[in-house]
Design a protein around this ligand. Structure first.
Ligand code: HEM
Length: 223
């Protein structure tokens, strides 16, 4: 049944060449751990992406329960964690994944750096990578406030103070992040919007560019 459905769509949209182009793309020997064990370092980018996908999926489920206002935020997370079926697992995945994805991204960046893969012709992809790096840090920072517990509240206050100490633009960054005189209701709304709309949107656009360039240029050659 699936085959005839596939053929029906293929006749109309000619989809075979699209996925064949990806599926038939050979993995070069020097990035294949089956040939050289040390080539496992080339998996770090893919693993970073894998955790990113988990973050997006688990985050989508978290937003089905999370209430982004200072009266209900903590209680909604508490309810999700203790009352909702599998809530503790989904929240746990998002919580630990948030740290793991930064570690993985860092390892990936080290691999790219030490194999000199940032050099021509891949400079633009390195720059896109640096932007991705900042967006991922932004996701971590804004997500940390959302449970609205003491740790979240005071850590965010420290974070904003650090940003505010930047020369010339510090005050602007503070106003932009805080949204008011203190870390309060407006800050939480702002961080929520940044965490679930702005940063993920920017991240997906940057990742599309990242992967487009990798496909276009191929993986960098052996050392
Ligand atoms: C969410 C974060 C990121 C994801 C999912 C990701 C994903 C990937 C993947 C799958 C590859 C293919 C090769 C490999 O897996 O090692 C790759 C290559 C590359 N990445 Fe990333 N990346 C991320 C962040 C970064 C960062 C932070 C940088 C640098 C600052 C960077 C720079 C590059 C460059 C220059 C290449 C081409 C390397 C080559 O051809 O050898 N990426 N990335």
């Amino acid at each position: 049944m699936f085959k005839s459905m596939y053929n029906w769509i293929d006749e109309r949209l000619d989809i075979t060449p699209m996925w064949r182009d990806v599926a038939d793309h050979e993995v070069p020997e020097h990035v294949n751990p089956a040939h050289h064990f040390s080539a496992f370092v080339y998996c770090f980018g893919g693993l970073t992406f894998f955790i990113t996908v988990i973050q997006i999926l688990s985050g989508m489920f978290l937003t089905m329960y999370y209430v982004p206002d200072i009266i209900n935020a903590y209680a909604s997370v508490d309810y999700l964690q203790h009352k909702v079926a599998f809530g503790v697992i989904v929240r746990g995945m998002h919580h630990w994944g948030a740290s793991l994805v930064i570690v993985m991204m860092f390892l990936h960046t080290l691999r790219v750096f030490f194999t000199g893969s940032y050099k021509a012709p891949r400079e633009m992809n390195w720059v896109v990578g640096v932007l991705i790096f900042f967006v991922m840090l932004g996701l971590g920072f804004t997500g940390y406030l959302l449970p609205w517990d003491n740790k979240a509240y005071f850590a965010t206050q420290v974070g904003i103070k650090i940003a505010a100490s930047a020369p010339y633009i510090g005050d602007y960054i503070k106003t932009f992040l805080q949204g008011g005189e203190i870390v309060g209701a407006q800050t939480l709304t702002r961080f929520f919007a940044l965490h679930v709309f702005f940063f993920p949107g920017i991240l997906l656009a940057l990742l599309a560019g990242h992967f487009f360039m990798i496909r276009k240029q191929g993986i960098s050659g052996p050392l």
